[in-house]
Design a protein around this ligand. Structure first.
Ligand SMILES: Cc1cc2nc3c(=O)[nH]c(=O)nc-3n(C[C@H](O)[C@H](O)[C@H](O)COP(=O)(O)OP(=O)(O)OC[C@H]3O[C@@H](n4cnc5c(N)ncnc54)[C@H](O)[C@@H]3O)c2cc1C
Length: 315
């Protein structure tokens, strides 16, 4: 497939959704690609979204459903596709030629005048013996994938000390798991209401200053694991029926176009005219919904302006 588009949006999380709706409102409907073929992104993992101005508190899955409905109201189609690279090119539109960007992926190539990169982040992987082998088979990095896999939730170990780990622990306790939250530092990185909610939850035990050293299948329980840990009192072992890891996230945008650099005058702009990076992909780590949405709106305005200022020219 090789097609021409004015604006391509890569990623249909909150940032990509906001950008797509605004581009459509401004009269330049974009092509929206997402690797999942669905709208919503990372927020469907959230236990409770309560900081989005004007909205009542709701589960992350409900927020994602509302984004899907909002998309549908504007009649914006979503195309399943994994983008693997972006390249700056000059391309031919029948008798016209135009500088632009080639979007490459499992669908082939798409030529665009402007690209909004809203690809979010990927999880930092746990680097201990056994973790890579068990990934997807009992050990997960997103709670939605964990809950899809595990039909019976027994004792679950959540590894991490930030907001995502605390949030995951609450989701698992709500799903009737007994949760051990393993925090490497002497005190958690998360703070405020999330920590208070975890401390009030009897099904969650927080173990501080303790790090995993190795993970292996439990020979006494065909569906379970043994986690070797070390802490101030020396080494120990923990039994788990499932493991969920949240030890950080990093932007996936640099892998699409090496050398992609933010414009110091405006962080959503890049030094490549017509390419914008928004949301968590711009922040470089786990961010916030409202910031992602604000980025998406700003990028839509800039992308539409770029399209209008760069019409195709007759050769
Ligand atoms: C457990 C948890 C709880 C949270 N709770 C809150 C909260 O209460 N309040 C709040 O404000 N924020 C919360 N957040 C943060 C919020 O989810 C993110 O800030 C927000 O989702 C970022 O939106 P985004 O569109 O930038 O990225 P994402 O939501 O990560 O979306 C990126 C999209 O890009 C797609 N994609 C990625 N790579 C490619 C590719 N190569 N090709 C095609 N598609 C691709 C993905 O499939 C995904 O749909 C929470 C996050 C987590 C993990």
């Amino acid at each position: 497939m090789c097609i021409n588009e004015h604006i391509v949006i890569v990623g249909a999380g909150p940032a990509g959704c906001a950008a797509a709706i605004q581009c459509t409102r401004l009269g330049v409907p974009p092509l929206v690609l997402d690797r999942t073929g669905q709208v919503g992104g990372l927020i469907s993992n959230a236990f409770l979204v309560e900081n989005y101005p004007g909205l009542e508190p709701m589960r992350g899955t409900e927020f994602a459903d509302r984004l899907t409905q909002h998309f549908a109201r504007f009649g914006i189609p979503i195309t399943r596709g994994v983008v693997t690279a972006l390249a700056r090119t000059s391309h031919q539109l029948s008798a016209l030629s135009q500088e632009g960007i080639t979007v490459c992926g499992d669908f082939g190539k798409i030529h665009a005048t402007s690209v909004i990169v809203a690809v979010g982040t990927e999880s930092v992987r746990l680097d201990v013996p056994g973790a890579a082998e068990l990934e997807g088979n009992g050990l997960f990095y997103e709670v939605r994938h964990f809950l899809e896999f595990h039909s019976r939730l027994g004792q679950t170990v959540v590894i991490g000390g930030g907001e995502a780990a605390f949030d995951y622990a609450l989701s698992l306790a709500r799903a009737d798991a007994k949760v051990i939250l393993l925090v490497r530092a002497p005190s958690p990185r998360a703070h405020g209401r999330l920590v208070e909610m975890v401390n009030r939850e009897p099904a969650i035990k927080v173990v501080l200053h303790t790090r995993p050293r190795a993970i292996r299948a439990n020979p006494a329980n065909c569906a379970g694991f043994v986690i070797e840990t070390s802490g101030p009192n020396g080494s120990s072992t923990l039994q788990a029926d499932g493991i969920l890891v949240a030890i950080g996230r990093r932007s996936t945008a640099p892998s699409l176009l090496p050398g992609l650099e933010a414009d110091p005058r405006n962080p959503i702009m890049t030094r490549d005219p017509g390419i914008f990076v928004v949301g968590d992909a711009r922040a470089g780590s786990l961010g916030q919904l409202a910031i992602a949405v604000g980025d998406g709106l700003q990028a839509a305005e800039a992308a539409v302006r770029h399209v209008r200022e760069n019409p195709a020219v007759r050769r």
